[in-house]
Design a protein around this ligand. Structure first.
Ligand SMILES: O=C(O)C(O)[C@@H](O)[C@H](O)[C@H](O)CO
Ligand SMILES: [Mg+2]
Length: 402
């Protein structure tokens, strides 16, 4: 079997998605997600100019060898652009292998380890009351795990709080929107949100929260300790993780479980965090961390240290990535939870898929391959629109972490 051609499809049914489609001499094709929010076209170029020429004529069944060729063979390793491009190829090759074998990809990865994939939804509101009302509606939809984020008094806007309650897209403008941030105000409101949420939602539902890289390690230690009475499922991205040692300080001060990794690209970004047991959940994704081939290795390494998976699943990860993630989630032993931000109907129409949601769990279903496709004619109706993620400044104007 040989790869005969490949193409990159950029479409914007409300937000941008980049999809790789690999064709073979047997008529079977595979799809992979290559979306990197706010930096989409750099991955398009990486694929078109540097990856696709190397794929033509190769045997699509040699997934590991092609992965090694694109990773080691580039000489320049890692980084979000490279690893998203490698991931797209990897996903498409698993899709092809599954279609040829007439099996869903999870079967090729070892088969089901569980009956369904527990997902968490996003409840957010400008006030604590609004947020709890939305969380109640998620609970009514059957969600077992809910992320709660609320507005911070005195700040015009904050990460995680959207106008549309079901579809959150932070890349909202043609040039970066500027947000204003106060750590002090934020640290005052979040424990109150958790106290009210536990009270209103009961003991059983899992409550999650995303700090979005905004605290210092000692501040994160304090927030984690303040949240302990409300037993959060996790505190996510409490600090920036370029320095993995940051997490040691947090760990010394709190037993609140820690999650990190949505912006990680390889096992090297989380190796120390995992082997020193400084985190509880690794959030690396199929699309930004080198595809299923690499994420399987991260998960296997994490399993040794009791670290569970909690893959990123925001709307900027296309349904192609979601389908790949669900095949991964159902088949790894140390699965924790999967993030699930619903895509809009327009996006779901461009990417027909077989996965389903029911009572807080998702199912991959039995479609051979990844179980997802792209409708190219429909995709062509939504041309690329430049969109940036926001930037964040402190109240005195200092540029901060968004
Ligand atoms: O946990 C999450 O879902 C996030 O932190 C994302 O919303 C993130 O901000 C976006 O994926 C950025 O593109
Ligand atoms: Mg996050």
């Amino acid at each position: 079997m040989k790869i005969t051609s490949a193409k990159v499809i950029v479409t914007c049914p409300g937000r941008n998605f980049v999809t790789l489609k690999i064709m073979t001499d047997e008529g079977v094709y595979g799809v992979g997600d290559a979306t990197l929010n706010g930096r989409e076209l750099s991955v398009v170029s990486y694929l078109e100019d540097h990856v696709i020429p190397c794929l033509i004529g190769r045997d699509p069944h040699q997934i590991e060898d092609i992965w090694q060729f694109l990773y080691r063979g580039a000489y320049w390793r890692r980084g979000p652009v490279t690893m998203s491009a490698v991931a797209a190829v990897d996903m498409a090759l698993w899709d092809i292998k599954g279609k040829v074998a007439n099996l869903p990809v999870y079967q090729l990865m070892g088969g089901k380890c569980r009956t369904g994939v527990m997902v968490y939804g996003h409840a957010n509101g400008t006030s604590i009351e609004d947020t709890i009302e939305v969380a109640q509606s998620y609970k009514a939809m059957g969600y077992k795990a809910i992320r709660i984020q609320c507005g911070v008094p005195g700040l015009a806007s904050t990460y995680g709080v959207s106008k549309d309650k079901m579809f959150y897209e932070p890349a909202d403008a043609d040039l970066p929107t500027e947000n204003v941030w106060s750590t002090e105000a934020y640290m005052r409101i979040v424990p109150k949100l958790f106290a009210a949420a536990r009270d209103a939602l009961g003991d059983e539902v899992h409550l999650l929260h995303d700090v979005h890289h905004r605290l210092t390690p000692i501040e994160a230690g304090r927030l984690g300790r303040d949240l302990e009475p409300y037993r959060p499922f996790w505190m996510e991205d409490a600090v920036v993780a370029e320095n993995q040692e940051n997490f040691r300080l947090i760990r010394q001060h709190t037993t609140t479980p820690l999650a990190v990794g949505e912006i990680f690209n390889s096992i090297w970004d989380c190796k120390d965090l995992i082997q020193n047991q400084l985190i509880d959940y690794i959030r690396a994704t199929v699309v930004h961390a080198g595809g299923l081939t690499h994420l399987k290795k991260i998960a296997a390494f994490a399993d040794i240290y009791n670290v569970r998976t909690g893959c990123h699943g925001a709307t900027d990860l296309s349904p192609v990535c979601m389908a790949a993630a669900l095949n991964f989630d159902i088949s790894v032993p140390n699965f924790g939870v999967q993030e699930y931000m619903r895509h809009t109907d327009a996006t779901d129409e461009v990417f027909p898929h077989s996965y389903t949601f029911d009572k807080g769990f998702m199912q991959v279903n039995e479609t051979p391959g990844l179980g997802v496709d792209i409708d190219e004619d429909l995709a062509a109706k939504y041309p690329y629109q430049r969109a940036y993620l926001p930037v964040n400044r402190l109240q005195d104007g200092t540029l901060f972490n968004w």
